[in-house]
Design a protein around this ligand. Structure first.
Ligand code: CP3
Length: 355
């Protein structure tokens, strides 16, 4: 196996020393980049882009050509899994993701089955392999999936929701049905992430975008327990290398100790948590990833640098920090502001290591 030229991201996830704090950005390949919009136009729509491994590879590499990022993330979407379960994913212009056949009836839920990632999600596996080849061991490739609960939100609501009325009604009135959906999702996600690892993903991240909308008790029972099941079933090593896992619950700052206890290597933080206080709470159990407010990128470059430095200073000396935004980058972000952020994180974190 060839050695990575830049493995700072993987080392930071394992809390090993690095020369600088590695940085990547959630949704780093996306609509804020004109070259992404151009490739998407050629693909016709977003799902065609996801389903074409050559084009998925092309957009994955676009942010790395522009910026000195320390990791690449597979270009795909969390909703490819329920799509492979037969729910019929589509993107209505300006409305976000939708399902043609959301899960509503008990019989539909009882019939739900985990897809075979090597068959229904072959196009994702082909993209992972193609991206790994194209990266040529420059930086590591992150694979990802949605959390069982976050996937269930879209599967049951049928799309985005303001209040999660349908899934929460099920959670309180028919917890048995929701538990069944979550168990199938957990099985599907475990197989899906392990297949990505098999095809070349060097770290994996679970996106729990909506777990933070739950009550504390419901979070543990309906979101965290299923992420724990996945983490326990993940391939820990591949080709002689450790495959670190990252768990990110948006709005999960108050449950940090609980998240830390499920066995993941790193925990993602949104921007509402003080990363210094978070570090004191998790101790040496996990690495932390985050946590700049994505809207900071609309400020002037010197202000962006100042805010980034404040996060690095709050984390403090020593290893175990991967810099990121606290959520996905906005499509309206000026691309040149991203360069200011990446450079500030690298420069300031190098300086911190010299003092
Ligand atoms: O980070 C990356 O660059 C990798 C690619 C990636 C996408 N989606 C591409 C995408 C990743 C990791 C995701 C995860 C994802 N998808 C999540 C979890 C993270 C989060 O943002 O909370 C969720 C909830 C989804 C579901 C989803 N997909 C939504 C709600 C939308 C619409 C968002 C919007 O801004 O319109 C998508 C579409 C999507 N996924 C886009 C991209 C680049 C925009 C699609 C386009 O080109 O029109």
């Amino acid at each position: 196996m060839n050695k990575l030229k830049n493995d700072t991201f993987l080392r930071a996830l394992l809390r090993q020393p690095t020369e600088h704090t590695p940085i990547w950005l959630m949704r780093q390949a996306g609509r804020y980049l004109p070259e992404y919009c151009e490739t998407r136009r050629r693909a016709g729509n977003f799902m065609n882009l996801c389903k074409n491994p050559r084009m998925a590879c092309e957009v994955t590499l676009q942010p790395l050509a522009r910026y000195d990022l320390d990791a690449a993330i597979l270009f795909s979407d969390i909703l490819t899994v329920p799509d492979a379960m037969g729910l019929g994913l589509y993107f209505a212009e300006g409305e976000g993701p939708k399902f043609e056949r959301p899960l509503r009836e008990e019989w539909e839920i009882r019939n739900l089955a985990a897809p075979d990632p090597g068959v229904e999600l072959r196009y994702v596996m082909d993209a992972v392999a193609e991206i790994r080849r194209a990266l040529d061991n420059s930086v590591p490739l992150i694979g990802f999936s949605g959390s069982p609960f976050t996937l269930a939100c879209y599967m049951i609501e049928g799309g985005a929701s303001d209040d999660f009325r349908t899934i929460k009604s099920m959670l309180y009135d028919r917890p048995d049905l929701l538990h069944h959906v979550l168990a199938v999702n957990a099985e599907a996600v475990t197989a899906y992430l392990n297949a990505q690892i098999e095809c070349g993903a060097q770290a994996v991240m679970i996106f729990d975008t909506w777990g933070g909308t739950l009550s504390q008790r419901a979070y543990k029972e309906f979101s965290l327990a299923y992420m724990q099941r996945i983490v326990e079933g993940l391939t820990r090593e591949h080709g002689g290398a450790r495959i670190p896992s990252i768990v990110f619950t948006k709005g999960g700052g108050q449950w940090l100790e609980d998240i830390t206890s499920i066995g993941c290597d790193a925990v993602g933080l949104d921007w509402t948590t003080d990363i210094g206080a978070a570090r004191r709470r998790v101790g040496d159990k996990v690495a932390l990833q985050g946590n700049l407010d994505p809207m900071t990128l609309f400020a002037q470059p010197d202000k962006i640098a100042q805010e980034a430095c404040a996060i690095l200073d709050a984390f403090g000396p020593g290893s175990g920090h991967v810099f990121n935004l606290g959520h996905g980058i906005s499509q309206f972000t000026p691309p040149e502001h991203v360069a200011a952020l990446v450079n500030a994180v690298h420069e300031h974190s190098r300086k911190l290591r010299q003092t």
